[in-house]
Design a protein around this ligand. Sequence first.
Ligand SMILES: [Zn+2]
Ligand SMILES: [Zn+2]
Length: 177
Amino acid sequence: MTLSSPLNVASQGEQGGGASLPDVVPHAPRQVNPRLAVPVESLRRFFSKVAPSASDCWEWTGTINGSGYGTCSPGFSAPSWMAHRLAYEWFVGPLDADLQIDHLCRNKLCVNPRHLEAVTPTVNMQRAVVARGPYCRNGHLLDASTLRIWSTGGGKTCRYCLVCRRASRARVKARSL
Ligand SMILES: [Zn+2]
Ligand SMILES: [Zn+2]
């Protein structure tokens, strides 16, 4: 299936046959965030970087940031946006800056608005812990005594494992001695 035009994807979806883009596309310009001017050309460019997957995800094939999320290059909007947040604003509605997008499909690259839910950072973190298991990348159990989460503003949160943090501090200290 090709995505040559965002204006024909909905009709392709109605015809069935594998992954489809939802019928929200034709309504997008009316729901657009007033901060963004979104001509059809922007939608076209956006969908030129989207590949549908068997799980109905819209996988971003454009630029990916260090956190593993798709980003829109300048020209879509300025400054650059995370692709899934942009998709949410276009196809669902204005997104509160304090809210995060939870990928219900657990596919970070997915920009399918049907797979995106706006949630508070706390809820998002709790769901991520459930999805990934309550362990840090080094296998330490994350619980109230080892998991630290804080908001860095703009709807972003950071978390770290206290055990790992202590170990890295000890390494820094050992080097400086
Ligand atoms: Zn998805
Ligand atoms: Zn750890």
